[in-house]
Write a protein that binds this ligand. Structure first.
Ligand SMILES: [Zn+2]
Length: 454
Protein backbone atom coordinates (compact mmCIF):
# COMPACT_ATOMS: atom_id res chain seq x y z
CA UNK A 1 0.00 0.00 0.00
CA UNK A 2 1.24 3.48 -0.84
CA UNK A 3 0.20 5.85 1.93
CA UNK A 4 0.77 9.11 0.07
CA UNK A 5 0.87 8.41 -3.69
CA UNK A 6 0.65 12.17 -4.31
CA UNK A 7 4.26 12.35 -3.08
CA UNK A 8 5.59 8.80 -3.19
CA UNK A 9 4.57 8.19 -6.81
CA UNK A 10 4.99 11.71 -8.17
CA UNK A 11 6.58 11.68 -11.66
CA UNK A 12 10.27 12.47 -11.16
CA UNK A 13 10.32 15.82 -13.02
CA UNK A 14 7.56 17.10 -10.71
CA UNK A 15 9.30 15.62 -7.68
CA UNK A 16 12.54 17.38 -8.63
CA UNK A 17 10.68 20.67 -9.09
CA UNK A 18 9.17 20.25 -5.62
CA UNK A 19 12.63 19.53 -4.18
CA UNK A 20 14.13 22.61 -5.85
CA UNK A 21 11.37 24.82 -4.47
CA UNK A 22 11.73 23.42 -0.95
CA UNK A 23 15.52 23.57 -1.14
CA UNK A 24 15.63 27.29 -1.82
CA UNK A 25 13.21 27.82 1.06
CA UNK A 26 15.23 25.77 3.55
CA UNK A 27 18.53 27.41 2.59
CA UNK A 28 17.01 30.84 3.19
CA UNK A 29 15.37 29.62 6.41
CA UNK A 30 18.62 28.14 7.78
CA UNK A 31 20.56 31.27 6.82
CA UNK A 32 18.12 33.56 8.57
CA UNK A 33 17.69 31.51 11.73
CA UNK A 34 20.88 29.54 12.45
CA UNK A 35 24.01 31.64 13.10
CA UNK A 36 26.20 28.67 12.11
CA UNK A 37 24.78 28.65 8.57
CA UNK A 38 24.77 32.42 8.26
CA UNK A 39 28.49 32.53 9.11
CA UNK A 40 29.28 29.60 6.83
CA UNK A 41 27.57 31.13 3.81
CA UNK A 42 28.83 34.64 4.56
CA UNK A 43 32.41 33.32 4.74
CA UNK A 44 31.97 31.91 1.24
CA UNK A 45 30.29 35.09 0.00
CA UNK A 46 27.28 32.96 -0.88
CA UNK A 47 23.81 34.51 -0.79
CA UNK A 48 20.96 32.12 0.05
CA UNK A 49 19.19 33.17 -3.17
CA UNK A 50 22.09 31.80 -5.18
CA UNK A 51 21.07 28.28 -4.14
CA UNK A 52 17.87 28.02 -6.11
CA UNK A 53 18.13 24.57 -7.67
CA UNK A 54 19.54 21.21 -6.70
CA UNK A 55 22.54 21.80 -9.00
CA UNK A 56 23.50 24.82 -6.87
CA UNK A 57 23.52 22.71 -3.75
CA UNK A 58 27.14 21.71 -4.30
CA UNK A 59 28.09 25.31 -3.48
CA UNK A 60 27.00 24.66 0.11
CA UNK A 61 29.59 23.04 2.41
CA UNK A 62 28.83 19.80 4.26
CA UNK A 63 27.45 19.82 7.78
CA UNK A 64 29.18 17.24 9.94
CA UNK A 65 28.42 15.52 13.19
CA UNK A 66 31.24 17.53 14.74
CA UNK A 67 29.33 20.74 13.87
CA UNK A 68 26.39 19.48 15.93
CA UNK A 69 28.74 18.57 18.76
CA UNK A 70 30.44 21.97 18.61
CA UNK A 71 27.04 23.59 19.10
CA UNK A 72 25.95 21.20 21.84
CA UNK A 73 23.25 21.09 22.99
CA UNK A 74 20.86 23.48 21.20
CA UNK A 75 23.10 25.82 19.21
CA UNK A 76 21.94 24.59 15.79
CA UNK A 77 18.22 24.91 16.55
CA UNK A 78 16.35 27.28 14.24
CA UNK A 79 13.41 27.90 16.55
CA UNK A 80 13.04 29.11 20.15
CA UNK A 81 12.46 26.43 22.79
CA UNK A 82 8.82 27.56 23.00
CA UNK A 83 8.29 25.91 19.60
CA UNK A 84 10.20 22.72 20.39
CA UNK A 85 7.96 19.90 21.61
CA UNK A 86 10.41 16.98 21.73
CA UNK A 87 14.15 16.43 22.13
CA UNK A 88 16.05 13.25 21.22
CA UNK A 89 19.75 12.57 21.59
CA UNK A 90 22.05 9.98 20.12
CA UNK A 91 24.06 7.72 22.35
CA UNK A 92 27.45 9.35 22.46
CA UNK A 93 29.81 6.42 21.96
CA UNK A 94 32.51 8.91 21.13
CA UNK A 95 32.38 12.39 22.60
CA UNK A 96 29.22 14.30 23.29
CA UNK A 97 25.83 13.07 22.17
CA UNK A 98 24.17 14.82 19.26
CA UNK A 99 20.92 16.50 20.18
CA UNK A 100 17.94 16.93 17.89
CA UNK A 101 14.76 18.95 18.42
CA UNK A 102 11.32 18.69 16.84
CA UNK A 103 8.50 21.17 16.43
CA UNK A 104 4.94 19.88 16.26
CA UNK A 105 5.24 20.07 12.46
CA UNK A 106 8.50 18.04 12.55
CA UNK A 107 6.80 15.33 14.62
CA UNK A 108 4.03 15.13 12.01
CA UNK A 109 6.65 14.56 9.32
CA UNK A 110 8.35 11.95 11.50
CA UNK A 111 5.08 10.08 12.10
CA UNK A 112 4.17 10.30 8.41
CA UNK A 113 7.45 8.87 7.10
CA UNK A 114 7.30 6.05 9.68
CA UNK A 115 3.68 5.35 8.64
CA UNK A 116 4.82 5.24 5.01
CA UNK A 117 7.53 2.76 6.02
CA UNK A 118 5.01 0.49 7.72
CA UNK A 119 2.65 0.70 4.73
CA UNK A 120 5.48 -0.03 2.29
CA UNK A 121 6.27 -3.18 4.29
CA UNK A 122 2.67 -4.34 3.91
CA UNK A 123 1.19 -3.25 7.26
CA UNK A 124 -2.47 -2.27 7.23
CA UNK A 125 -4.92 -0.71 9.68
CA UNK A 126 -6.27 -3.37 11.98
CA UNK A 127 -2.94 -5.12 12.45
CA UNK A 128 -1.03 -5.14 15.74
CA UNK A 129 2.48 -3.69 15.78
CA UNK A 130 4.91 -5.28 18.25
CA UNK A 131 7.28 -2.35 18.57
CA UNK A 132 10.52 -3.64 20.07
CA UNK A 133 12.64 -0.64 19.14
CA UNK A 134 14.00 1.07 22.22
CA UNK A 135 11.88 3.87 23.66
CA UNK A 136 13.72 6.83 25.09
CA UNK A 137 16.35 9.15 23.73
CA UNK A 138 16.80 6.80 20.76
CA UNK A 139 14.39 7.74 17.96
CA UNK A 140 13.38 4.19 16.95
CA UNK A 141 10.74 3.44 19.57
CA UNK A 142 8.77 6.68 19.52
CA UNK A 143 9.18 7.01 15.75
CA UNK A 144 7.46 3.71 15.01
CA UNK A 145 5.02 4.28 17.84
CA UNK A 146 3.57 7.40 16.27
CA UNK A 147 3.99 6.03 12.74
CA UNK A 148 1.96 2.97 13.71
CA UNK A 149 -0.78 5.05 15.29
CA UNK A 150 -0.79 7.35 12.26
CA UNK A 151 -1.38 4.38 9.96
CA UNK A 152 -4.08 2.98 12.24
CA UNK A 153 -2.22 0.03 13.72
CA UNK A 154 -2.70 -1.11 17.31
CA UNK A 155 0.73 -0.35 18.75
CA UNK A 156 2.25 -2.41 21.56
CA UNK A 157 4.99 -0.18 23.03
CA UNK A 158 7.05 -3.05 24.41
CA UNK A 159 10.46 -1.45 23.70
CA UNK A 160 13.69 -3.51 23.76
CA UNK A 161 14.87 -6.12 26.26
CA UNK A 162 13.01 -8.65 28.42
CA UNK A 163 12.99 -11.23 25.64
CA UNK A 164 11.06 -13.89 27.58
CA UNK A 165 8.19 -11.51 28.25
CA UNK A 166 8.29 -10.23 24.66
CA UNK A 167 7.73 -13.75 23.40
CA UNK A 168 5.01 -14.45 25.99
CA UNK A 169 3.05 -11.44 24.77
CA UNK A 170 3.79 -12.18 21.13
CA UNK A 171 2.22 -15.61 21.49
CA UNK A 172 -0.78 -14.22 23.43
CA UNK A 173 -1.49 -11.06 21.40
CA UNK A 174 -0.50 -12.49 18.00
CA UNK A 175 0.84 -9.30 16.35
CA UNK A 176 1.30 -9.47 12.56
CA UNK A 177 3.93 -6.71 12.45
CA UNK A 178 7.30 -6.55 14.23
CA UNK A 179 9.64 -3.54 14.31
CA UNK A 180 13.11 -3.89 15.85
CA UNK A 181 16.79 -4.18 14.99
CA UNK A 182 17.71 -7.17 12.79
CA UNK A 183 19.91 -8.62 15.51
CA UNK A 184 17.07 -8.43 18.01
CA UNK A 185 14.73 -10.15 15.54
CA UNK A 186 17.18 -13.07 15.65
CA UNK A 187 17.19 -13.03 19.45
CA UNK A 188 13.37 -13.21 19.45
CA UNK A 189 13.47 -15.99 16.84
CA UNK A 190 15.89 -18.00 18.99
CA UNK A 191 13.62 -17.69 22.01
CA UNK A 192 10.64 -18.81 19.92
CA UNK A 193 12.62 -21.78 18.62
CA UNK A 194 13.77 -22.64 22.15
CA UNK A 195 10.11 -22.97 23.10
CA UNK A 196 9.48 -25.21 20.13
CA UNK A 197 7.32 -22.70 18.25
CA UNK A 198 7.64 -23.47 14.55
CA UNK A 199 7.88 -20.58 12.05
CA UNK A 200 4.33 -21.14 10.77
CA UNK A 201 3.03 -20.75 14.33
CA UNK A 202 4.84 -17.43 14.83
CA UNK A 203 2.19 -14.71 14.33
CA UNK A 204 4.60 -12.17 12.79
CA UNK A 205 4.14 -11.82 9.02
CA UNK A 206 5.90 -8.49 8.46
CA UNK A 207 9.19 -7.43 10.08
CA UNK A 208 10.58 -3.91 9.67
CA UNK A 209 14.21 -3.96 10.63
CA UNK A 210 16.83 -1.25 10.81
CA UNK A 211 19.17 0.91 12.93
CA UNK A 212 22.13 -1.30 12.04
CA UNK A 213 23.50 -2.52 8.69
CA UNK A 214 22.47 -6.07 7.81
CA UNK A 215 22.86 -8.48 4.95
CA UNK A 216 20.71 -10.57 2.64
CA UNK A 217 21.84 -13.75 4.40
CA UNK A 218 20.63 -12.34 7.70
CA UNK A 219 17.35 -11.38 6.04
CA UNK A 220 16.92 -14.94 4.78
CA UNK A 221 17.54 -16.23 8.30
CA UNK A 222 15.02 -13.85 9.92
CA UNK A 223 12.39 -14.65 7.26
CA UNK A 224 12.91 -18.37 7.68
CA UNK A 225 12.92 -18.42 11.47
CA UNK A 226 9.94 -16.09 11.92
CA UNK A 227 8.03 -17.19 8.84
CA UNK A 228 7.87 -13.48 7.94
CA UNK A 229 8.78 -11.11 5.14
CA UNK A 230 11.24 -8.51 6.37
CA UNK A 231 12.04 -5.10 4.95
CA UNK A 232 14.69 -2.55 5.76
CA UNK A 233 14.18 0.89 7.23
CA UNK A 234 16.90 3.52 7.21
CA UNK A 235 17.22 6.66 9.23
CA UNK A 236 19.35 8.64 11.60
CA UNK A 237 18.30 10.86 14.46
CA UNK A 238 20.07 13.94 13.09
CA UNK A 239 17.82 13.86 10.01
CA UNK A 240 14.58 12.78 11.74
CA UNK A 241 14.99 9.17 12.93
CA UNK A 242 13.77 6.04 11.13
CA UNK A 243 11.75 6.62 7.96
CA UNK A 244 14.31 8.61 5.98
CA UNK A 245 14.21 5.67 3.53
CA UNK A 246 12.34 2.39 3.50
CA UNK A 247 12.09 -0.74 1.40
CA UNK A 248 8.90 -1.80 -0.32
CA UNK A 249 7.76 -5.38 0.18
CA UNK A 250 7.35 -5.81 -3.60
CA UNK A 251 11.03 -5.60 -4.56
CA UNK A 252 13.03 -5.34 -1.32
CA UNK A 253 15.88 -4.08 -3.47
CA UNK A 254 17.01 -0.84 -1.90
CA UNK A 255 15.16 1.64 0.30
CA UNK A 256 13.01 4.42 -1.22
CA UNK A 257 14.17 7.79 0.13
CA UNK A 258 11.34 10.10 1.29
CA UNK A 259 12.58 12.65 -1.22
CA UNK A 260 9.83 15.17 -0.69
CA UNK A 261 11.33 15.69 2.79
CA UNK A 262 14.95 14.61 2.38
CA UNK A 263 17.24 15.36 -0.53
CA UNK A 264 19.85 12.63 -0.97
CA UNK A 265 23.26 12.87 -2.63
CA UNK A 266 26.09 10.35 -2.75
CA UNK A 267 29.57 11.83 -2.67
CA UNK A 268 33.15 10.66 -2.95
CA UNK A 269 34.42 10.11 0.62
CA UNK A 270 37.80 11.64 -0.22
CA UNK A 271 37.00 14.59 -2.50
CA UNK A 272 33.37 15.27 -1.61
CA UNK A 273 32.46 15.38 -5.31
CA UNK A 274 28.92 14.26 -6.14
CA UNK A 275 28.96 10.78 -7.68
CA UNK A 276 26.65 9.60 -10.47
CA UNK A 277 23.87 7.11 -9.82
CA UNK A 278 25.02 3.59 -9.12
CA UNK A 279 28.41 4.57 -7.69
CA UNK A 280 29.01 3.92 -4.01
CA UNK A 281 30.01 6.77 -1.74
CA UNK A 282 28.91 8.59 1.39
CA UNK A 283 25.24 9.50 1.71
CA UNK A 284 24.67 13.23 2.26
CA UNK A 285 21.17 14.41 3.20
CA UNK A 286 19.56 17.85 3.19
CA UNK A 287 16.32 18.22 5.15
CA UNK A 288 13.74 20.04 3.02
CA UNK A 289 10.88 20.57 5.43
CA UNK A 290 12.15 20.40 9.00
CA UNK A 291 11.75 23.42 11.27
CA UNK A 292 13.64 22.87 14.53
CA UNK A 293 16.88 21.45 13.11
CA UNK A 294 17.26 22.11 9.40
CA UNK A 295 20.44 20.49 8.09
CA UNK A 296 22.12 21.35 4.81
CA UNK A 297 24.19 18.59 3.21
CA UNK A 298 24.55 16.47 6.34
CA UNK A 299 27.42 13.97 6.05
CA UNK A 300 25.82 10.74 7.31
CA UNK A 301 28.98 8.61 7.09
CA UNK A 302 26.87 5.78 5.64
CA UNK A 303 28.16 4.19 2.44
CA UNK A 304 25.58 3.45 -0.26
CA UNK A 305 24.60 4.21 -3.86
CA UNK A 306 21.38 5.56 -5.43
CA UNK A 307 19.12 4.30 -8.19
CA UNK A 308 16.11 5.94 -9.83
CA UNK A 309 15.22 2.83 -11.86
CA UNK A 310 11.45 2.26 -11.86
CA UNK A 311 10.21 -0.03 -9.07
CA UNK A 312 7.43 -2.63 -9.19
CA UNK A 313 5.71 -0.97 -6.23
CA UNK A 314 4.95 2.17 -8.27
CA UNK A 315 6.95 4.54 -6.08
CA UNK A 316 9.10 6.96 -8.05
CA UNK A 317 11.31 7.81 -5.07
CA UNK A 318 14.99 7.10 -5.55
CA UNK A 319 16.29 3.94 -3.89
CA UNK A 320 19.45 3.66 -1.80
CA UNK A 321 21.32 0.36 -1.88
CA UNK A 322 21.68 -1.64 1.35
CA UNK A 323 24.35 0.00 3.46
CA UNK A 324 27.82 -1.22 2.84
CA UNK A 325 28.53 0.05 6.31
CA UNK A 326 29.30 3.31 8.00
CA UNK A 327 32.60 4.96 7.41
CA UNK A 328 32.62 5.09 11.24
CA UNK A 329 32.28 1.28 11.42
CA UNK A 330 34.83 0.59 8.74
CA UNK A 331 37.93 -1.14 10.02
CA UNK A 332 41.28 -0.65 8.41
CA UNK A 333 43.20 -3.88 8.88
CA UNK A 334 46.72 -3.92 7.48
CA UNK A 335 45.66 -1.20 5.05
CA UNK A 336 42.55 -3.02 3.81
CA UNK A 337 39.11 -1.44 4.29
CA UNK A 338 36.87 -3.99 5.98
CA UNK A 339 33.17 -3.54 6.66
CA UNK A 340 31.70 -5.91 9.25
CA UNK A 341 28.73 -6.53 6.92
CA UNK A 342 31.09 -8.04 4.31
CA UNK A 343 32.24 -10.63 6.83
CA UNK A 344 28.65 -11.14 7.99
CA UNK A 345 27.67 -11.98 4.41
CA UNK A 346 30.41 -14.61 4.17
CA UNK A 347 29.40 -16.15 7.51
CA UNK A 348 25.81 -16.23 6.25
CA UNK A 349 26.83 -18.50 3.39
CA UNK A 350 27.96 -21.24 5.83
CA UNK A 351 25.19 -23.64 6.87
CA UNK A 352 27.42 -24.81 9.75
CA UNK A 353 27.35 -21.35 11.38
CA UNK A 354 24.71 -19.09 12.96
CA UNK A 355 24.51 -15.41 11.92
CA UNK A 356 25.99 -14.38 15.30
CA UNK A 357 29.62 -13.34 15.33
CA UNK A 358 32.19 -10.96 16.78
CA UNK A 359 35.25 -9.34 15.26
CA UNK A 360 38.30 -8.65 17.39
CA UNK A 361 41.09 -6.52 16.00
CA UNK A 362 44.37 -6.48 17.82
CA UNK A 363 48.00 -5.70 17.20
CA UNK A 364 50.00 -8.40 18.95
CA UNK A 365 53.27 -7.43 17.28
CA UNK A 366 53.67 -4.77 14.65
CA UNK A 367 50.87 -6.06 12.44
CA UNK A 368 47.12 -5.90 12.85
CA UNK A 369 45.36 -9.14 13.45
CA UNK A 370 41.68 -9.65 12.76
CA UNK A 371 40.06 -12.54 14.57
CA UNK A 372 36.63 -13.62 13.37
CA UNK A 373 34.70 -15.35 16.14
CA UNK A 374 32.02 -17.38 14.39
CA UNK A 375 29.39 -19.40 16.17
CA UNK A 376 28.66 -23.03 15.27
CA UNK A 377 25.03 -24.01 14.80
CA UNK A 378 23.67 -26.49 17.33
CA UNK A 379 22.56 -28.87 14.57
CA UNK A 380 26.03 -28.99 13.03
CA UNK A 381 27.82 -29.45 16.34
CA UNK A 382 25.44 -32.27 17.35
CA UNK A 383 26.15 -33.96 14.04
CA UNK A 384 29.89 -33.67 14.61
CA UNK A 385 29.53 -35.03 18.14
CA UNK A 386 27.44 -37.97 16.89
CA UNK A 387 29.99 -38.83 14.23
CA UNK A 388 33.05 -38.50 16.41
CA UNK A 389 31.95 -39.49 19.93
CA UNK A 390 34.33 -38.65 22.70
CA UNK A 391 36.28 -36.26 20.55
CA UNK A 392 34.21 -33.12 21.12
CA UNK A 393 33.76 -32.09 24.71
CA UNK A 394 30.94 -29.88 25.93
CA UNK A 395 33.15 -26.82 25.90
CA UNK A 396 34.74 -26.13 22.59
CA UNK A 397 38.39 -25.31 22.73
CA UNK A 398 41.03 -24.72 20.13
CA UNK A 399 42.71 -28.11 20.65
CA UNK A 400 39.45 -29.90 19.92
CA UNK A 401 38.91 -27.94 16.73
CA UNK A 402 42.49 -28.74 15.75
CA UNK A 403 41.84 -32.42 16.34
CA UNK A 404 38.50 -32.65 14.56
CA UNK A 405 38.45 -32.77 10.80
CA UNK A 406 34.92 -31.36 10.28
CA UNK A 407 35.52 -28.40 12.61
CA UNK A 408 38.94 -27.72 11.20
CA UNK A 409 37.45 -27.69 7.73
CA UNK A 410 34.87 -25.03 8.68
CA UNK A 411 37.59 -22.91 10.22
CA UNK A 412 39.82 -23.15 7.16
CA UNK A 413 37.05 -22.64 4.60
CA UNK A 414 35.74 -19.57 6.42
CA UNK A 415 39.18 -17.97 6.57
CA UNK A 416 39.69 -18.75 2.89
CA UNK A 417 36.27 -17.35 1.87
CA UNK A 418 36.92 -14.12 3.78
CA UNK A 419 40.36 -13.82 2.21
CA UNK A 420 38.84 -14.25 -1.26
CA UNK A 421 35.86 -11.90 -0.88
CA UNK A 422 37.11 -9.24 1.55
CA UNK A 423 40.80 -9.39 0.71
CA UNK A 424 42.16 -9.73 4.22
CA UNK A 425 43.73 -12.69 6.02
CA UNK A 426 41.96 -13.47 9.27
CA UNK A 427 42.21 -15.84 12.17
CA UNK A 428 39.01 -17.79 12.80
CA UNK A 429 37.86 -18.88 16.23
CA UNK A 430 34.84 -21.15 16.38
CA UNK A 431 32.46 -20.54 19.25
CA UNK A 432 30.00 -22.98 20.71
CA UNK A 433 26.29 -22.29 20.09
CA UNK A 434 25.04 -19.32 22.10
CA UNK A 435 28.51 -17.91 22.84
CA UNK A 436 28.50 -14.95 20.44
CA UNK A 437 26.94 -11.68 21.67
CA UNK A 438 23.17 -11.38 21.31
CA UNK A 439 21.12 -8.22 20.92
CA UNK A 440 19.00 -7.16 23.86
CA UNK A 441 17.07 -4.71 21.72
CA UNK A 442 19.57 -1.91 21.29
CA UNK A 443 22.38 -1.68 18.81
CA UNK A 444 24.68 -4.65 19.08
CA UNK A 445 28.45 -4.37 19.50
CA UNK A 446 30.07 -6.77 17.06
CA UNK A 447 33.48 -5.19 16.75
CA UNK A 448 36.10 -4.96 19.46
CA UNK A 449 39.17 -2.95 18.55
CA UNK A 450 41.97 -3.75 20.98
CA UNK A 451 44.65 -1.89 19.05
CA UNK A 452 46.44 0.83 20.92
CA UNK A 453 46.56 3.40 18.16
CA UNK A 454 48.70 6.38 18.96
ZN1 LIG B 1 9.50 -0.08 -4.53
Amino acid sequence: MILQPEFESLPRPQLQALQAERLSEVVRYAYERVPFYRERLDDLGLKPDEVSGTDDLTLVPFTRKSDLRDHYPFGMFAVPMSEVVRIHASTGTTGQPTVVGYTRHDLEIFATVCARTLAAAGAQPGMILHNAYGYGLFTGGLGFHHGGEHLGLAVLPISGGGTVRQVDLMLDFRPEVLACTPSYALTLAEELARRGVSPEDVPIRIAILGAEPWTESMRAEVDRLLGARSTNVYGLSEIVGPGVASECTEERAGSHVAEDHFLAEVVDPETGAVLPEGQAGVLVVTTLTKQALPLLRYWTGDVTSLSSEPCACGRTLVRMAPLKGRTDDMLIVRGVNVYPTQIEAVIGSFAELTPNYRLVVSRPGRLDELCVEAELSTAFLLKVVAETPGEVAKTLCEELVDANHALRSVRERLAQAIKTTVGVSVKVRLLEPGAAPRSEGGKIVRVVDERQLV
